[in-house]
Design a protein around this ligand. Structure first.
Ligand code: C2E
Ligand code: CA
Ligand code: CA
Length: 572
């Protein structure tokens, strides 16, 4: 009996073994034939197999390193993965802590020849590294390397997407531009400049409410697209500009901001940015104003500016620039004591164009120095002419743009001119503005001192304007203060204005400086000025700027007393 049982077992085993072997061989064949490889186990790809009942059946070594053998069923295996809507369908993501691993997954059903389902095979290729590289590349192509904000191109793309998401919202396109950034870089170095940019970027990030898009769109310019209702001028300004100021060692720096309210959603993002930027250029030299909103007139102005630029070359060639002279008169004696040279453009079609229409354009395009040299030369030629006619006492003042300090070797240019026309330097008075000293005060002060040593009289123009601070006067050694009544008139109350004038005159007296009051339009103003000791008046009250021949007529009627001949004018 015992033997019968043993025999039966042997027979059963003998009969079943080929069946098991066959089954096993079939599955392995399925895998190996799929790959054309025998060393499935050693493949880098992860291979998992489940039988027709979705029970775990096989995994290779690579799969084993990740899943060990805890995997029981196909559905458990499928549950392990994170899904990401942005990813392609065959991409599976494995999340372990903060780490993500990415796999390309190929899923196949295994069927026998008759088409009966025998199981499932999953072949997974990991591409985490490639993906990281790709991400890195994508990031560097879309982000600014210094601040890690979106770069210009990506900002444009993202802003367009952002506005499209909610087309009924009203948006602001905002661009900013740091005034004096180039100069800041020159004075404090590129690293300091980079620091400023990073600070602005940090501010933008800190205020991010995830309902805005922003980026660095130029060297010193940033842009932001934001729903109008979420924007507060004050918050944005205070944050960006005060951060700059806090770190800029009293350097006159400001983050100017232009706002374009998106009225036409069909406009391209870059056209929206152009408009916001155009609004910034309307701020121009105004250091007080930091924010400007775009309006259509700005575009018209831009077109006019472009027209001016095209006409400028002919203007020089055809000698269309002329000088007008505005007399400076002693209120007490009514004698003419000098005149200011003011440029005019005699345009063949547009007639007489005043300087404010073309000087700012020329200042922005580096052309101002060419014009200034031209005007100075005309002034020198005029002084020479008068000297030849026996009038060797008349002096003219000329305007020096702050830009001339950077574009020209001022000392050489001016010395060459007075030498060429053989006139004493004291006949050519030089009007400079405080803004010329904003950068490298020490160097500019040395230049002024050198000019004074050579005999030039240096005048501080527009004193009392937004730029002026009484403080700088002690550093800048000018001979004359030109105090502009226009700026005084702006002061809210008249008493305060009067006090300021009195204070300026008194202080100028202490510093042994003369004061010329300009923009004086009424007798009351002139009398008041006289009463506080400011006698020299330039303004419509006495005379408007006039062509040279008219000024010469005036000289015949009035006594001429050179300013330097008058005793120190301040009497109190
Ligand atoms: P500025 O140097 O302050 O010149 C005085 C301006 O005030 C002149 O305007 C003059 O016509 C005007 N003005 C004189 N008296 C009165 C008055 O009583 N009331 C009023 N409301 N205005 C008065 P203008 O000639 O239009 O020149 C404007 C500015 O253009 C000048 O201001 C100066 O900054 C600039 N400018 C003129 N000529 C030149 C030049 O040759 N070179 C440079 N760089 N700038 C120049
Ligand atoms: Ca002037
Ligand atoms: Ca002035």
């Amino acid at each position: 009996m015992k033997y019968v049982i043993v025999l039966a077992i042997i027979v059963i085993i003998a009969l079943c073994t080929p069946w098991f072997l066959l089954k096993f061989m079939r599955r392995v064949r399925a895998v190996t034939s799929y790959y054309g490889l025998k060393a499935v186990d050693r493949l880098d790809a992860l291979i998992m197999m489940f039988d027709e009942n979705e029970k775990f059946w096989y995994m290779n070594e690579s799969a084993n390193k990740i899943f060990h053998t805890e995997m029981l069923s196909r559905s458990e295996f499928l549950d392990v993965w994170e899904k990401d809507e942005d990813e392609e369908e065959d991409v599976l993501i494995l999340k372990r802590g903060v780490e993500f691993r990415y796999f390309q997954c190929d899923e196949q059903e295994l069927r026998n020849k008759r088409g009966k389902l025998r199981g499932y095979i999953y072949i997974l290729h990991e591409f985490t590294r490639e993906r990281e590289l790709q991400e890195k590349y994508r990031h560097s192509a879309t982000h600014d390397s210094l601040t890690d904000l979106y770069n210009r191109e990506y900002f444009i793309e993202k802003a367009a997407e952002f506005m499209k998401e909610n087309p009924n919202e009203v948006y602001y396109m905002i661009c900013s531009d740091i005034k004096q950034f180039k100069a800041y870089n020159e004075v404090f170095g590129v690293e300091a400049g980079d620091k400023l940019l990073k600070m602005i970027a940090d501010e933008l990030r800190r205020n991010d409410d995830h309902n805005r898009v922003y980026g660095r769109v130029g060297d010193d310019s940033f842009a932001m697209c934001i729903p109008k209702k979420n924007f507060s001028d004050v918050a944005y300004l205070v944050k960006s500009s005060s951060v700059l100021r806090a770190r800029s060692y009293n350097f006159p720096i400001a983050n100017h901001i232009g706002i374009f309210e998106v009225t036409d959603v069909n406009l391209s993002v870059s056209a929206m940015m152009d408009r916001a930027t155009l609004a910034i250029s309307s701020i121009k030299g105004d250091i007080q104003q930091e924010i400007a909103r775009y309006d259509e007139s700005m575009r018209k102005e831009l077109l006019q500016e472009q027209e001016i630029l095209t006409d400028l070359q002919t203007a020089f060639n055809e000698k269309e620039f002329v000088i007008y002279l505005q007399p400076q008169i002693s209120h007490e004696t009514k004698a003419i004591v000098g005149a200011e040279t003011l440029v005019r453009w005699l345009h063949p079609k547009k007639g007489l164009i005043p300087p404010f229409s073309f000087i700012p354009v020329m200042e922005n395009n580096g052309l101002i120095s060419k014009l200034d040299m031209y005007v100075w030369e005309m002034a020198c030629a005029q002084i020479r002419k008068w000297t030849d006619e026996g009038r060797n006492d008349i002096s003219l003042s000329v305007n020096i743009s702050p830009k001339d300090f950077y574009y020209l070797d001022l000392y050489k240019v001016i010395m060459d001119l007075v030498r060429k026309y053989e006139i004493p330097p004291s006949r050519l008075r030089l009007e400079i503005t405080e803004s010329a000293f904003a950068i490298d005060l020490k160097k500019q002060v040395e230049l002024v001192e050198k000019l004074q040593e050579a005999g030039f009289i240096v005048e501080m123009d527009d004193f009392g304007s937004a730029y002026s601070t009484l403080n700088t006067l002690k550093d800048i050694p000018v001979d004359v203060l030109k105090m502009d009544m226009k700026f005084m008139a702006k002061a809210a109350d008249a008493d305060r204005s009067a006090n300021i004038i009195q204070m300026i005159v008194g202080m100028a007296d202490k510093l042994r400086m003369d004061v010329i009051a300009e923009g004086v339009e009424t007798k009351e103003q002139a009398d008041f000025l006289g009463s506080v000791g400011c006698d020299i008046i330039q303004g419509y009250y006495y005379a408007k700027p006039m062509p040279v021949d008219e000024f010469e007529e005036m000289l015949k009627k009035y006594e001429y007393k050179d300013m330097t001949e008058l005793e120190h004018h301040v009497t109190k």
